[in-house]
Design a protein around this ligand. Structure first.
Ligand SMILES: *[C@@H]1O[C@H](CO)[C@@H](O)[C@H](O)[C@H]1NC(C)=O
Ligand SMILES: *[C@@H]1O[C@H](CO)[C@@H](O)[C@H](O)[C@H]1NC(C)=O
Ligand SMILES: *[C@@H]1O[C@H](CO)[C@@H](O)[C@H](O)[C@H]1NC(C)=O
Ligand SMILES: *[C@@H]1O[C@H](CO)[C@@H](O)[C@H](O)[C@H]1NC(C)=O
Ligand SMILES: *[C@@H]1O[C@H](CO)[C@@H](O)[C@H](O)[C@H]1NC(C)=O
Ligand SMILES: *[C@@H]1O[C@H](CO)[C@@H](O)[C@H](O)[C@H]1NC(C)=O
Ligand SMILES: *[C@@H]1O[C@H](CO)[C@@H](O)[C@H](O)[C@H]1NC(C)=O
Length: 290
């Protein structure tokens, strides 16, 4: 239906410099999409960017026109992405890292945040339930816990601060009337990326498991081998590993997840040696007798 119609316009033609395509700006595409969808939309919300295909150049490359209106197809202004995952010893499963967030920085590594107060929400769980996104909600509860409070506080913080800054999730990139669809896609994409970049399994494949000390260089090397980028490892002031930031650029809209790994110049705040601690270290100190 709408998807088939969309696919016919997919890359590489969308990026063709032919005059015909140049004439059709994003608004026209949206109208065209709505027209072709007819009355069959129902609960479906077509993502305009499904028409984009893979962009020939990654975000932040010089050929990206940051004032171009095609920002549903490409993160134009802030195209340097960070997937941030916690090794929080007080949250989540013992054999999984948990999600901090997916951020898009400006290409010069400075932050981009709080871009649209109008789309700042607090009732994330209710929205997901109202959209029957039960599997996503389950995945988020399992992999994106908030050890310091209610999950809605953490999830809304991440969307309100970072997700709204991603141009490819903007409402005008969707033909449906659901203002929340971009946010749902943001959470779903972040969950998907955290499964793809499973730090626990990557380290475990190389014999690196919690409860021991390792050199920072070894962990950097292993993640680079597994995922193609040198991670920015973050340690707390006890020298314990607590977070991993991996960087990448995107060829096309975030939702397509067509990533190009990027380095952050071997940045880390960890010392030469770090501790990869086991989770829930204090639980055996608790007096459980009744
Ligand atoms: C970038 O896009 C803007 C808006 O469409 C256009 O005016 C400008 O000429 C483009 N710049 C380049 C270098 O293509
Ligand atoms: C980084 O890029 C952003 C967006 O282009 C710009 O507003 C900011 O001034 C730049 N910061 C530095 C330190 O160059
Ligand atoms: C969530 O909050 C927004 C206002 O921020 C409101 O418009 C919307 O109806 C709420 N949705 C649900 C499902 O509670
Ligand atoms: C999340 O993405 C998957 C594909 O990766 C898709 O099957 C699923 O329907 C999406 N969930 C929501 C709630 O959009
Ligand atoms: C992630 O998205 C890709 C592409 O849409 C899909 O093939 C894959 O099944 C998804 N993985 C998960 C764990 O949702
Ligand atoms: C690095 O080691 C010093 C000296 O042992 C210690 O004081 C500091 O907290 C450590 N920092 C990190 C981030 O591991
Ligand atoms: C990272 O460090 C290694 C070893 O110290 C060095 O060979 C490499 O060039 C560095 N990479 C970057 C991107 O700075």
């Amino acid at each position: 239906m709408i998807m088939n119609a969309a696919i016919r316009f997919s890359s590489p033609f969308f990026y063709s410099s032919s005059p015909l395509f140049a004439l059709l700006d994003m608004k026209t595409w949206i109208l065209l999409g709505a027209l072709l969808a007819g009355g069959t939309l129902g609960r479906q919300h077509s993502f305009i960017s499904d028409q984009c295909g893979s962009h020939p150049a990654p975000s932040c490359s010089l050929s990206i026109n940051i004032t171009s209106p095609d920002s549903c197809c490409m993160e134009t202004n802030a195209g340097l992405f960070v997937l941030s995952q916690f090794w929080d010893v007080y949250a989540g499963f013992e054999d999984r890292w948990t999600i901090h967030g997916l951020w898009n920085n400006f290409c010069n590594y400075t932050f981009c945040n709080d871009c649209d107060d109008q789309r700042a929400y607090t009732n994330i769980t209710s929205i997901l339930i109202s959209r029957q996104a039960y599997k996503l909600l389950q995945d988020m509860n399992n992999n994106w816990p908030n050890p310091a409070g209610h999950v809605d506080e953490f999830w809304s913080h991440e969307w309100n601060k970072h997700g709204v800054c991603m141009s490819t999730f903007a409402p005008r990139c969707y033909t449906g009337q659901d203002v929340f669809q971009g946010m749902i896609d943001f959470y779903n994409t972040t969950i998907n990326l955290s499964h793809k970049y499973d730090i626990y399994k990557a380290l475990e494949r190389h014999g690196i498991v919690p409860g021991d000390s390792y050199t920072t260089a070894l962990i950097q090397k292993v993640i680079e081998k597994e995922f193609g980028m040198i991670p920015d490892l973050r340690c707390n002031d006890k020298g314990h590993l607590e977070e991993t930031w991996i960087y990448f650029h995107m060829k096309g809209p975030v939702k397509r997840m067509d990533l190009v790994p990027a380095h952050n110049a071997n940045a880390t705040n960890c010392n030469k040696t770090l501790v990869y601690p086991t989770k829930y270290p204090n639980d055996d100190l608790l007096d459980r007798e009744v």
